[in-house]
Design a protein around this ligand. Sequence first.
Ligand SMILES: [Cu+2]
Length: 167
Amino acid sequence: MKAQHPTQGCFDNKHKSARFGAMQTVIYLLSLLLLFACAEKKAGDIEVVDAWIAEIPPVISVTAALMTLRNNGDKPRFLIAASSPKAEKIEIHKSFVVNDLARMQQQSEVEIPAQSTLDFDNETGYHLMFYGAQALKAGQQIPVILKFRDGYELLTNYEVRDRRSAE
Ligand SMILES: [Cu+2]
């Protein structure tokens, strides 16, 4: 009877450590969830408002998209790229006028200051330029992924609009 006690104790210890291991796993998973929640909050710092892209017929493959980017965070964020399954390539452009001629220049990154908004519109000249785009019909929703310098990627739908009615 007495000889069995150490065995019993050993078994109990094993059982306890197994339970402790399970608890550790639960704590680990909870901390992962918390990390994920924090990342989600950081991600939510950036909002895309009123995103739309100009309608194009099948014979045209170049078009532009406009939007407002809102940064609700305490740090500046930098848009560095965009992509869409509906286009071969998307570039970040800024248009401006030189000697009465409209020009546009590719931007390697665009800053959205902390607690601020940046409009991609005719006033600022910023727009997303779509190359090799498929035909887009007014009313469609086009998925676009915006990529930021900190590695964050934001998937948003852009509404296809008739350029004339939008301007
Ligand atoms: Cu352009």
